[in-house]
Design a protein around this ligand. Sequence first.
Ligand SMILES: Nc1ncnc2c1ncn2[C@@H]1O[C@H](COP(=O)(O)OP(=O)(O)OP(=O)(O)O)[C@@H](O)[C@H]1O
Ligand SMILES: [Mg+2]
Length: 343
Amino acid sequence: MLTKIGLDLGYANITLSDSTAEIYREPSVALIRKSPKVGQTRILAVGNAALTPEGGADECILARPFKNGMFFDHQLTEEVIMTALTPVRNKNGLRVVIGVPSDILPKQERDLFSMLDKAGVDTAFSVSRAVAAVIGAGYSPSISAVSVNVGGMSTEVAVLHNGELLYSSRTTLGGEDFDRAVKQYVLEQGDVNISLMVARAIKERLGAVWKGKPNDSIDIEGTLALTGNKIRMNIATEDIVGVFEKPIQLLINAIVDALKQVPANAVEAVLENGIILTGGAAELYGLDILISRVLGISVTRPERAIDCVAKGLSRINGFIPQKSKGGRNITAQLATLYVNTKK
Ligand SMILES: Nc1ncnc2c1ncn2[C@@H]1O[C@H](COP(=O)(O)OP(=O)(O)OP(=O)(O)O)[C@@H](O)[C@H]1O
Ligand SMILES: [Mg+2]
């Protein structure tokens, strides 16, 4: 039987979901050995395997294949797709629905499809990530709502009215901006430099933008800005209150821009469901409540918001008729495909 997969190639994570909604996630990183010859590099490992300590040799670097919602290195992307599909490759055929950013260029999308082909994918379709996120959250493709997906580096916002995509945009803002805010704060408050990885750990464990998170603390390591000497310190939830103000303001601005685009005849239907908030960075404690209070609109953040895009892509794969030939950007057809599966 055909294996049907949803594939989300994100800046922070590569997430794959199969027809049982089982999730496979690996960090979007590759360990690369630079060659003295220009343009010649060797990819040593991809995903978790790239993060092993042995990988830290001098001539090696860690690279991210996807940036600004799109891949920026062909060789790396090909290798990453190959590796990501390893657990699901199947002799009976592989059909993939891939999530794409709202501003993907036709040439980039064609390249992506040819890479999927090289990676052994038999049939491929692409769908807007923001739309997939809503479907992955369990809603019907004919929903009216505002989808807000906050990833590692991008925020995708889409306005849907009865399944029609009225507006979509991508802003370069994501979890890494929250990490930078933590890093900057620790530097300003304690004259201590910490890595973005440490800042991310602080954010994920202690970060909160609304009251009610139980107090917690973690030990971290950094270097004194003045001397460069290593220092260990303890940071608590209450130490980083207010840290995320700037990136959150940008996020709110992006949502307001989208709301301004909702035509009068769609406002009532869209506001009934309000905002569906997904993506890993949306898991920041209290972010749903804060957005809802600031904008006066209902905000729903589904369980496992980080999985919604991949889950939606595999759910969409299930709507597509068995013998379909594949196609780029089938977002506009989803409501019809869905209705047909119910007949
Ligand atoms: N509990 C949490 N609290 C806050 N942030 C979190 C939490 N869990 C994960 N994140 C953040 O989610 C981000 C990754 O989310 P996601 O996997 O949706 O991104 P991505 O799809 O790879 O990126 P993009 O959509 O920008 O290409 C990281 O910045 C990570 O720190
Ligand atoms: Mg994403």
